[in-house]
Ligand binder design. Structure first.
Ligand code: NAD
Length: 404
């Protein structure tokens, strides 16, 4: 399997084969502007020193400050952070927000850190990257295994709330950020629905991952009367063709830390769950879940990528040939970064928007983004992923030419 950055480059190439762009523009977008690496040193509670590799990749800032999360994970490496930073450049452009693309990471297993060690790590990260971040320069956010408490520490250490987004509400966070990715995904789906090969309501929905993005999506679809027939988490999957009781499942998951064993549902493996017939399949966990190997067995009508990179390029071609629509990550999960931008905007203007205001603006942004992608897909007779990359390339080219 190609490494993640090669997969990004091939996604870019496939869009460029439909709509060619100048060589100099492409060359700039194929390479991050800056790769910044530091070795952080933190005091452990037992008095020892621990050295950790930390990264910030600034991919592109033509449209605005670099934007993207900080990931804490034992497998974080340069290739992964570079890929996620590049995808952020394209995601912010598709979402139509005045931000660029960046990403950060620390190679660490967060389960090994005490609360004090974690706070010292966040302070060390801020001080190591202090000269490279800032409200008008580079604005990090939470990512896998980081959250609002980490962002609150970084903002306090840096000394300005707008240096990061995803803060707690009491520290300058925005209402609606916690549900933005799933809500934005739903608005994108609604905007595209009439173009998708789907029957009438209620829809049958399968969701991989019952965390922030997946569980919130389950709440939204369930509240609208659709049938969530299967969900999974890292322990495995559950299935009930009559539909799962999502509020009861939340209570069960809190009590048992797993969805498996939920009364009235049958357990099945994660891989078998992905192959269930359904209207809407929502990967909301990990990358590379639908590959050239299992794509021929996928029976969903539509796949909405709430996770980053869950469908490989090889799978894309097989799914397209099977008439299965894939709504790509850079469009489908762009609600998260869109409300992050709203948080930054509120901080910069010292404003506090209501939940209603945030929701209306999110819906408008997602509608506009989805419509732009659909229009290009029809114009060029191509799939939604290539179309989303083309929308982003057109917008990046426009901004680049204004800067010349
Ligand atoms: P999360 O940690 O809250 O949830 C992840 C879920 O996936 C958990 O329920 C976990 O148990 C489950 N999981 C882990 N391994 C699994 C496996 N092998 N099979 C099935 N389930 C598994 O994370 P999240 O914030 O919901 O993010 C999920 C995905 O969405 C990631 O790819 C992330 O990059 C992407 N995303 C999230 C946001 C956001 O705002 N939260 C924004 C954009 C993209």
């Amino acid at each position: 399997m190609p490494n993640a950055y090669q997969n990004f480059l091939s996604q870019l190439d496939r869009a460029l084969a439909v709509v060619p762009k100048p060589v100099s523009l492409v060359a700039t977008l194929q390479t991050p502007n800056r790769i910044i690496e530091h070795t952080l040193s933190i005091h452990k509670d037992n008095g020892a020193e621990q050295s950790l590799s930390a990264y910030r990749i600034q991919h592109n800032n033509w449209r605005g400050p670099y934007k993207g999360g900080i990931r804490f994970h034992p497998q974080v490496d340069l290739d992964e952070v570079k890929t996620l930073a590049a995808l952020m450049t394209f995601k912010t452009a598709v979402a139509g927000i005045p931000m660029g693309g960046g990403k950060g990471g620390v190679t660490v297993d967060p389960k090994t850190l005490s609360a004090g060690e974690r706070e010292r790590l966040n302070r060390a990260w801020t001080n190591a990257f202090r000269a490279d971040i800032g409200p008008t320069v580079d604005v990090p956010a939470p990512d896998v295994n980081t959250g609002s408490a980490d962002m609150d520490v970084i903002a306090a250490e840096f000394g300005h709330p707008a240096v990061v987004t995803g803060k707690s509400i009491t520290h300058g966070g925005s209402v609606g950020r916690d549900t933005a990715t799933a809500q934005g995904g739903w608005y994108v789906f609604e905007a595209l629905r009439s173009h998708l090969n789907l029957g009438p309501d209620p829809l049958t929905v399968v969701i991989q991952g019952f965390g922030n993005a997946g569980a919130t999506f389950a709440n939204i679809a369930h509240a609208l009367g659709h049938k969530i027939i299967a969900v999974s988490d890292s322990s495995g999957a559950i299935h009930n063709s009559a539909g799962l009781d999502i509020p009861a499942l939340h209570l069960y998951k809190t009590a048992h830390r797993s969805v498996q064993g939920f009364p009235g549902a049958e357990n099945l493996t994660n891989s078998a769950m992905l192959e269930l017939p359904c209207d809407l399949l929502i990967p909301a966990a990990l990358e590379s879940q639908i590959t050239g190997e299992n794509a021929p067995r996928i029976k969903a009508k539509v796949i909405l990528e709430l996770a980053n990179g869950p469908v490989t390029t090889a799978a894309d071609d097989i799914l397209f040939a099977q008439n299965i629509s894939v709504i790509p990550d850079i469009l489908a999960n762009s609600g998260g970064v869109t409300v992050s931008y709203f948080e930054w905007d509120q901080n910069m203007k010292s404003e506090h928007w209501s939940a209603l205001e945030v929701d209306q603006k999110l819906r408008d942004h997602m509608n506009a983004a989805a419509t732009a992608v659909q229009t290009i897909a029809v114009q060029h007779g191509t799939d939604l992923r290539r179309a989303a990359f083309i929308v982003a390339l057109n917008r990046l080219q426009e901004t680049e030419s204004k800067q010349k």
